[in-house]
Design a protein around this ligand. Structure first.
Ligand code: B12
Length: 232
C-alpha cells in the first residue's frame, strides 16, 4: 500500500513540475517493494485524476497538465523496465486510442498491465485513424483489440472503429475502456458481438485472469457495484 504521505509528496512534486523528485519517489517505492500496479493506480492515475479536477476548477493551467502528463509518461517508461521482465504466454493485444483521442496515458498503462500478465502488447498511441488500426491488425493478428476513448464527443468515432473492425474481422474480440462512459451510455455496445466494456481496474484484472485461463468464463465479469457487466 502506498502511504498517504508518499502520495502527497509525489503529487506536490508533480504539480510543481519537479520531474526528478517524482522519479526519486517512484524509485524509492519500488525499492520498498511496492507493486507496479499499485503505482499505476494509486499514484499515477490518482494524481492525474486530481490534476483533472483542479483543471476543471481553473486551478491548474494546461501547461501544468501537460508537464504532469510528460512526467507520468516518463515514470511509465521507467516502470516498463520491470514490466519487460515478465515471461510471455503467447497471447497478444493491440491497444489503441481512437482517432482524435489525445488522452493516451491510460491506454499505455493498460498495454503494460497486459504485459505484466504475460501478454505481448502493441501500443499504437493517441489519435489513430481507423485504417491504420486495421493495418496493424493485419500485421499483428492480436487475440484482443483494446480501444481507449476518454472524451464523450468522440463516441461516433469509437462506433466507427468498432464497425470497421467488425466488418473486416467479424470474430475479433474487442475490449473498450476509458472515461467515455463514465456518465453511462455503455449500453450502446451491447449490439456488437465479442465487445466488452471494461469499467474498472478490478474488471480489467478479472478479464485478464479469465483470458489467461485462471478464472472460469462462467464467473463472468462484475463491476465494482457487484452488477453483471457486458460480457458476450
Ligand atoms: C492529461 C489530460 C489531458 C491531456 C492528455 C495528454 C495525454 N497524452 O494523455 C491533454 C492536455 C492533451 C488533454 C486534452 C483534452 N482534455 Co483532458 N484530461 C487530462 C486528465 C487531467 C488526465 C488524463 C489521464 O491521463 N488520466 C490518468 C489515466 C491513467 O486514466 P484514464 O485515462 O482514465 O485510464 C484508465 C481507465 O480509464 C482505463 N482505460 C483507459 N483506456 C483504456 C483502454 C482499454 C482497452 C481498457 C480496458 C481500459 C482503459 O484504464 C486506465 C488505467 O486505469 C483528465 C482527467 C481525468 N479524470 O483523467 C482530463 C480529461 C480526460 N480531459 C477532458 C477534456 C474535456 C479534454 C479536452 C476536451 C480539453 C479541451 N477543451 O481542449 C481535450 C480533448 C482532447 C481530445 N480530443 O482527446 C475531460 C474529459 C471529459 C469526458 N469524459 O468527456 C477530463 C476527464 C477532464 C475533466 N474533468 O473534465 N487532456
Amino acid at each position: 500500500m502506498i502511504k498517504e504521505t508518499d502520495y502527497l509528496i509525489y503529487f506536490d512534486s508533480l504539480l510543481k513540475g519537479e520531474k526528478c523528485k517524482c522519479v526519486e519517489t517512484v524509485n524509492r517505492l519500488l525499492l520498498e517493494g511496492i507493486d507496479i500496479k499499485e503505482i499505476y493506480f494509486s499514484l499515477l492515475q490518482r494524481s492525474m485524476y486530481r490534476i483533472g479536477k483542479l483543471w476543471e476548477k481553473d486551478k491548474v493551467s494546461i501547461s501544468s497538465e501537460k508537464i504532469a502528463t510528460d512526467i507520468t509518461n516518463t515514470i511509465i517508461g521507467i516502470l516498463y523496465q520491470k514490466v519487460a521482465e515478465t515471461p510471455k504466454n503467447g497471447l497478444k493485444i493491440i491497444v489503441t486510442c481512437i482517432d482524435k483521442e489525445f488522452h493516451s496515458l491510460g491506454a499505455r498503462m493498460v498495454a503494460d498491465i497486459f504485459e505484466l500478465n504475460g501478454w505481448r502488447s502493441v501500443f499504437l498511441g493517441p489519435c489513430m485513424p481507423c485504417n491504420d488500426v486495421l493495418n496493424s491488425m493485419k500485421e499483428f493478428s492480436p487475440d484482443v483489440l483494446g480501444i481507449s476513448s476518454n472524451f464523450y464527443i468522440n463516441l461516433q468515432r469509437l462506433i466507427d472503429l468498432i464497425e470497421k473492425v467488425k466488418s473486416e474481422f467479424p470474430r475479433q474480440e474487442i475490449i473498450v475502456g476509458g472515461q467515455i462512459f463514465s456518465e453511462g451510455g455503455e449500453g450502446i455496445l451491447k449490439k456488437y458481438k465479442n465487445v466488452t466494456y471494461i469499467a474498472s481496474s478490478k474488471m480489467l484484472e478479472k478479464y485478464i485472469k479469465m483470458k489467461n485461463g485462471k478464472v472460469s468464463p462462467k464467473k463472468n465479469l462484475k463491476n465494482s457495484s457487484g452488477k453483471r457487466k457486458m460480457v458476450r
